[in-house]
Design a protein around this ligand. Structure first.
Ligand SMILES: *Cc1c(COP(=O)(O)O)cnc(C)c1O
Length: 501
């Protein structure tokens, strides 16, 4: 499946690749292949001969001499390793070009996300709005007044470009932005709880994908974690009992990727804000996804908005840029002016800051929120999340004949109902009715292998198609498909493994 080129290091024809060091200085044994390799070698053209052929000249012309020489060497080495013999120098030039082309293709490949998960962390989360792409391109090509005050001609602040918008959209006094929300949480904890205690409910000690576990982040921030309450129930007295002279802050964490249901009790953010204020420590509310608008107007469940969290009295609220907000990777901290000022004085802020390109994208993305009526058209995340099922079914019917024809009776293809997910831990219990194409093997026996082979063939396409296997079917959820023509073109390139093999 992989089109990754083989290492361009020449393959040794002797068995010297092992790095084991022997203490007894045994004489080096020639590998059995060596003799055959020597004779095969004589029957291969030289690098110079290959470079003088038409394809060899073309390879130098297109990719430069150094890369071309490397690719020709690699092609010859591969032939040697396979004990192939050939004196067709031009053929090695052609192989070198194929190698160079594969190497030139971007390693970060665009794919069709037909997994049904709109904000798929492993597929790059939110797609960027056109306005933000344009803003990024302009910022990349030109010098920008990033930290330069055009009015006074003096130094400006990087955060100036977003502060006004963020305050307008969240009702907060002040705002800052860093690399991602994990960084926002780390920075806030480090600023207010380094060498002190951070109080958190046991029901909120989240892990978001192995690398982000609240207790670990606490430790790295230099804060001592004080867990209060139990997994399912935490009361006011649990918090008040834990507060003391060493308390640096109270942290509330949105349980993004799970729900605790049944016999539960949590202390509301409003009540926590009052407790924190009474004790003179800040309440930090990590919202995770943090939407800027009420999603119920787009037919989804209610997710607390950043403005609500601010209004409930949290001193600081942290949230992601590339989850429900639909922008590039970023982490926002909004809230009290004095606290944001303290965060900005933390040297760690400098290590976590964002560059001009992302700032340009964030500014353009946030500006779209000023016109909520057109947001669902302009912001891809919301456009995909709010897409109606009927529209998706129609797309499935248009695509069905081409896919069925391409799979030529080796699989059954039909339009199916399925459910999409928001993803990235946003509204985990929420599913969106969707539709797609379900591909089933003709027989249950050996069907699993046939499906896995088909899934692999789809991943091997020039623009890989990523679906999900569910109930012995490969389901292509079409919610996130906007380029139907592109997918049709991809279908035409499907190459199934030989069923006899
Ligand atoms: C996703 C999430 C984070 C991490 O945010 P990133 O932007 O992925 O770094 C932190 N806290 C919560 C509650 C989250 O849901």
């Amino acid at each position: 499946m992989s089109s990754r080129p083989v290492s361009s290091k020449p393959v040794s024809s002797r068995g010297t690749s092992s790095k084991r060091v022997s203490s007894r200085r045994a004489p080096r044994q020639p590998a059995p292949a060596a003799a055959a390799g020597q004779t095969g070698l004589r029957r291969l053209p030289s690098v110079e001969q290959v470079l003088q052929t038409g394809p060899g000249v073309a390879a130098v012309e297109r990719f430069g001499r150094q890369a071309a020489v490397g690719a020709v060497r690699a092609a010859l080495a591969q032939a040697r390793a396979e004990r192939a013999t050939s004196d067709d120098a031009a053929d090695f030039g052609t192989r070198a070009i194929a190698r160079l082309e594969a190497e030139a293709a971007p390693r970060l490949r665009p794919v069709f996300n037909l997994t049904g998960t709109v904000l798929h962390t492993n597929l790059g989360r939110a797609l960027i709005a056109d306005a933000a792409v344009e803003a990024a391109t302009a910022a990349m090509r030109q010098a920008v007044a990033l930290e330069f005050d055009l009015e006074s001609g003096g130094r400006g602040e990087r955060d100036d470009h977003l502060r006004g918008l963020l305050c307008e959209l969240t009702g907060a006094e002040d705002a800052t932005v860093v690399n991602n929300n994990a960084a926002a949480v780390l920075l806030a904890l480090n600023t207010f709880a380094k060498g002190k205690e951070a109080v958190v409910s046991r029901g909120e000690l989240i892990e978001i994908g192995g690398a982000f576990r609240m207790p670990d982040i606490m430790a790295r921030a230099g804060a001592r974690l004080v867990e209060v309450g139990t997994t399912n129930r935490t009361h006011r007295k649990d918090y008040t009992g834990a507060l003391g002279p060493r308390t640096g802050l109270i942290l509330k964490v949105h349980t993004s990727n799970y729900r605790i249901e049944g016999f539960t009790r949590e202390v509301s953010a409003r009540e926590l804000a009052e407790i924190a204020r009474g004790h003179g420590v800040p309440l930090i509310n990590d919202l995770g996804s943090g939407t800027l608008i009420d999603l119920t107007r787009f037919g989804m469940g209610h997710e607390p908005t950043v403005a609500e969290a601010v209004a409930e009295g949290a001193d600081l609220v942290t949230f992601s840029g590339d989850k429900l907000l639909g922008g590039p990777q970023a982490g926002f901290i909004v809230g009290r002016k004095d606290l944001i000022a303290k965060i900005n004085r933390n040297p760690m802020k400098r290590a976590l800051r964002v560059d001009k390109v992302r700032l340009a994208m964030l500014e353009a993305t946030l500006k779209l929120y000023r016109d909520p009526d057109r947001l669902a058209q302009r912001l891809p995340t919301l456009r995909l999340l709010s897409r109606g099922k009927r529209d998706i079914v129609a797309s499935a019917h248009r695509l069905l004949p081409a896919l069925a024809a391409r799979l030529g009776g080796r699989f059954r293809v039909e339009v199916c109902d399925c459910v999409s997910q928001i993803g990235s831990g946003s509204l985990p219990a929420e599913t969106l009715p969707s539709a797609g194409l379900a591909i089933a093997p003709p027989a249950a026996r050996g069907g699993g292998r046939a499906l896995a082979a088909l899934a692999a063939a789809l991943r091997a396409l020039p623009v890989p198609v990523i679906g999900r296997i569910e109930n012995q079917r490969l389901v292509l959820d079409l919610r996130c498909l906007e380029d139907e023509a592109g997918l049709l073109a991809s279908f035409a390139a499907i190459s199934l493994p030989d069923p006899a093999a």
